[in-house]
Design a protein around this ligand. Structure first.
Ligand SMILES: C[S@@+](CC[C@H](N)C(=O)[O-])C[C@H]1O[C@@H](n2cnc3c(N)ncnc32)[C@H](O)[C@@H]1O
Length: 202
């Protein structure tokens, strides 16, 4: 993360943005269940909101320093902060009811690695589980904000097909001032094709 992120991501303004504008609109359409995995929590803007909404929250962060700092915020609570790379999760299949990834996919350098993360999310979800996510949309300002940092924004138009190809169903992709998506792992009850529809809204 560059200096711009070091200032913005831990700020109260960013936490308010994530907690007031992003997460409520995602979770109103999704049952998070009891066990949630958050990928790339950074300083924890989403973590701090999600921990009140699930029984157990695992926050997986690739940056050791960020993980250590976040872990110090929640001693003995229902948040377990783990150092790890979301492209290769160590959890068994079907470990979580929900997986969340917020403002992090554009920090993953290649499309293949982004797809690996989405595939890992699918693998560790229980049948019927849900992936919720958000990200910034590509823009000149965002490009400049990422000077000397990884900048690989998600193309909203192809995201639905990418998720569908990985096996997700009941997919919603919302494009307005940012990108939001909700995608379910089929629960085996869905009849052929029924219940695995997709919506795109712009
Ligand atoms: C821009 S920050 C977003 C933090 C937080 N989710 C938010 O919305 O405020 C992206 C975070 O994703 C983490 N990250 C990037 N690639 C990762 C990976 N492969 N596995 C786990 N975390 C990763 C980065 O270290 C960073 O903390």
């Amino acid at each position: 993360m560059n200096e711009n992120h070091a200032k913005l991501c831990p700020s109260p303004e960013w936490a308010a943005h994530i907690q007031d504008q992003v997460l409520p609109s995602l979770t109103q359409h999704a049952d998070l269940g009891e066990d949630m995995l958050e990928i790339g929590p950074g300083p924890g803007a989403a973590t701090d909101w999600l921990r009140h909404r699930v029984k157990r929250l695992t926050a997986l962060e690739v940056d050791t320093g960020a993980a250590r700092k976040l872990a110090g915020t929640y001693p003995g609570g229902n948040v377990q902060v783990v150092v790890g790379d979301a492209t290769e999760l160590s959890y068994p299949d079907e470990s979580f009811d929900s997986v969340g990834t917020f403002t992090m996919l554009h920090h993953v350098p290649t499309l293949a690695l982004q797809n690996k993360i989405l595939a890992e999310a699918f693998r560790v979800l229980r049948p019927g589980g849900v992936l919720i996510g958000s990200d910034s949309l590509a823009s000149n300002d965002l490009h400049h904000f990422h000077a000397d940092d990884t900048y690989n924004p998600v193309d909203p138009a192809s995201l639905l097909v990418r998720l569908q190809t990985l096996g997700f169903g009941k997919i919603t992709v919302i494009v307005d001032w940012n990108l939001k998506f909700i995608a379910h792992k089929p629960d085996g009850q869905d009849a052929c094709g029924a219940g695995s529809g997709s919506d795109a809204a712009a």
